[in-house]
Design a protein around this ligand. Structure first.
Ligand code: SF4
Ligand code: SF4
Length: 312
């Protein structure tokens, strides 16, 4: 059994990470951070989820967000999709296992996966609108967002949503504000079955191993960890009872990758920029060789003096 997370501290504490810990910043560069934070991760054990939506409510509550009362679409999914307010949603799937003929109810908490190689950040053209910290958090900085929606296109999990209210992109922050003061994400705190747990990525992988062994001993021979290598691994991972078929969990991608268009766009802009810099440098050198250095003549000096006197 996973030990309960400690209760939130009531003592204000200094921020544990900040600007100095950035490893990536959209459309700009950052200096190499002086330290490497411990990579953190959230582990979502789909086999332990009871679909109570405590995590979904805790997310709204912590972020002070509200959804309008919706309508029943004949499913437990509500809202039906992620929105700029609902940064996480539960996705319910009824699946008939072809081997056992049993009806299985697969419930997956959807939201940002905090990819090690984030397509959203690579696609974003606004300097500093998306940042990545060395602990793995990918965060949106709304003051810098221009609402172009490229992050939506760049994300292999189709996660960010653009708000009609302020034309900015929104997604799960992995509770970066809570983490900065030593707290775990609100969803993990609220989950009554500890289907969501949080800690260092290494520890979460060890917990996942134990859960997978347990599931295998109970007949789920394909139980496994979802930590897709195509995006360099993720800082939100799933334990799946049918890890050989992620798609059955409401379309979880089998092998998510950053779209080649985004890679091409990144490559082109980078190489176009470098080529332009090299061309300007070459023109400068050529000018210096052919024309010689700029020299101020005696006449120039006299003219400048006259102009200054006329103005005074
Ligand atoms: S909408 Fe997305 S891609 Fe566009 S600026 Fe905002 S964060 Fe960047
Ligand atoms: S899941 Fe999408 S929005 Fe989240 S870090 Fe990965 S690419 Fe960005």
């Amino acid at each position: 059994m996973f030990p309960p997370l400690p209760n939130p501290s009531v003592q204000p504490s200094a921020s544990k990470f900040g600007e100095q810990d950035l490893v990536r910043r959209s459309a700009s560069t950052v200096p190499q951070p002086a330290r490497q934070l411990t990579p953190m991760a959230k582990l979502i054990d789909v086999s332990k989820c009871i679909g109570c939506k405590a995590c979904q409510s805790a997310c709204l509550e912590w972020n002070d967000l509200r959804e309008d009362v919706g309508i029943n679409h004949g499913s437990y999914d509500n809202p039906l999709d992620l929105t700029p307010n609902s940064l996480t949603v539960m996705r319910f799937t009824e699946w008939v296992n072809p081997e056992t003929k049993n009806l299985e109810w697969l419930i997956r908490k959807d939201g940002c996966m905090h990819c090690a190689d984030p397509g959203c950040l690579k696609a974003c053209p606004a300097p500093g609108a998306i940042v990545q910290y060395s602990n793995g958090i990918v965060d949106f900085v709304h003051d810098h967002c221009i609402g172009c929606g490229y992050c939506v296109t760049g994300c292999p999990f189709n996660i960010p949503r653009i708000s009609k209210a302020d034309n900015k992109a929104y997604k799960c922050t992995l509770c970066s504000d809570r983490m900065a003061v030593g707290q775990g994400p609100a969803c993990a705190k609220a989950c009554p079955t500890q289907a969501i747990v949080f800690g260092t990525k290494d520890d979460m992988k060890k917990w996942a191993d134990d859960r997978i062994k347990d599931l295998k001993s109970r007949g789920f021979k394909n139980a496994g960890l979802y930590d897709p290598p195509g995006v360099g691994g993720t800082h939100v991972m799933y334990v799946l009872h049918h890890a050989d078929q992620p798609k059955i969990y409401a379309g979880l991608p089998e092998n998510p990758r950053i779209s080649p268009v985004v890679q091409l766009w990144k490559g082109l802009t980078k190489y176009a920029g470098l080529t332009a810099i090299a061309a300007f440098a070459a023109i400068g050198v050529l000018h210096h060789v052919v024309m010689g250095p700029n020299r101020v003549t005696e006449d120039d000096e006299q003219n400048a003096k006259r102009l200054a006197e006329d103005r005074s």
